[in-house]
Design a protein around this ligand. Structure first.
Ligand code: PMV
Length: 310
């Protein structure tokens, strides 16, 4: 069973504070299956990690939180089992790896117990897992790990709404994802942004509104197939994220280099403080050039296509 990674196109961090964010599911993610081991443990390949409930590390505590949440939502049908996960994403990179694992594990356990859940129930249980890693997650990572596709996500939706609105891009959109080589704690980056809110609430609200407008611009651009407008929104969003202190010199250098190599816009994606950036590329030749440049500056780069669905 799968849980996919994601890239946030626009609106990370602001989404924690109620602004909608635009994200795209990745085809890479985590695959989980129930294992034969007697004890309920979680093993992750190729990371050579194995944890069991009762241990102190976050992954073990997240597994316990997931078991507890399943038990309280499953009318006595949920069993604690051993699970094996195969991971196709780097961790701590802003690509939603923890949510992808949590959703894959949840789905594998549910399948073994013959339990079917709707989006809201999956999201609720996956959030119990995600809170262990992120403290105050907006829920965008778990929502995208469950649903995939391209979507606008809002943390506090109106009554009866799931918070996830699927978006149909007018044309396919090519991105190059560049990994800066260092990992970062999303929890710490979210706390850093919250300090700005405490220090100067007016300036913070103004920045949230500005990012909200960029998300709107990006949404319209996706729906109209206007790559230039989407690229402009990437650049402006990156500047806001830098002002909050969640970019790094390497991420800034990678964004600049991607723009110089012909990208229409570039920004960090996810929690920042390290991890990944994305560059919007207009054609295959630019994509190859940007890929080379980013691979040279950071650790790795790979191309991602967001498919046209409308
Ligand atoms: O770093 P990631 O992949 O977990 O993405 C985090 C996205 C944030 O907006 C920074 C946090 C959140 O919970 O939405």
């Amino acid at each position: 069973m799968r849980g996919n990674g994601k890239v946030i196109l626009l609106g990370e961090h602001a989404v924690v504070h109620g602004v909608p964010a635009l994200a795209a599911g990745l085809s890479r993610g985590a695959t989980a299956r129930v294992a034969e081991r007697v004890e309920p443990t979680l093993a992750i390949a190729p990371w050579s990690v194995e944890v069991r409930v009762g241990e102190e590390e976050p992954l073990a505590r997240a597994l316990e939180a997931l078991f507890v949440a399943r038990e309280s939502y499953s009318s006595g049908r949920a069993r604690r089992r051993a699970v094996d996960v195969t991971m196709e994403l780097p961790g701590s990179a802003g690509l939603g790896s923890s949510a992808a694992i949590g959703v894959a594990v949840l789905r594998a356990l549910d399948e073994a117990d013959g339990i079917a859940r709707d989006f809201d129930a999956l999201q609720e249980i996956a959030l119990a897992w995600e809170r262990v890693f992120h403290g105050n997650p907006s829920g965008i990572d778990t929502a995208m790990a469950i649903a995939g596709g391209v979507a606008l996500y809002r943390r506090r939706p109106g009554p009866g709404e799931s918070g996830l609105e699927l978006v149909q891009p007018a044309r396919s959109v090519a991105l190059v994802v560049g990994h800066s080589g260092s990992g970062a704690s999303t929890r710490e980056m979210v706390a850093r942004v919250a300090q700005h809110a405490e220090r100067d609430s007016e300036a913070f609200a103004a920045r949230l509104a500005a990012i909200g407008a960029l998300v709107e611009q990006g949404l319209a651009a996706l729906r109209e197939g206007d790559l230039d407008a989407l690229g402009e929104a990437f650049d402006a969003n990156h500047a806001h994220l830098s002002a909050w202190g969640v970019s790094t010199p390497t991420l800034d250098a990678m964004c600049d280099a991607a723009r110089r190599a012909g990208a229409l816009g570039a920004k960090l994606t996810g929690g920042g403080g390290g991890g990944c950036m994305i560059a919007l590329v207009p054609d295959a030749a630019t994509s190859a050039r940007v890929n080379d440049v980013l691979g040279g500056l950071g650790e790795t780069a790979f191309e991602v296509t967001i498919e046209r669905t409308g």
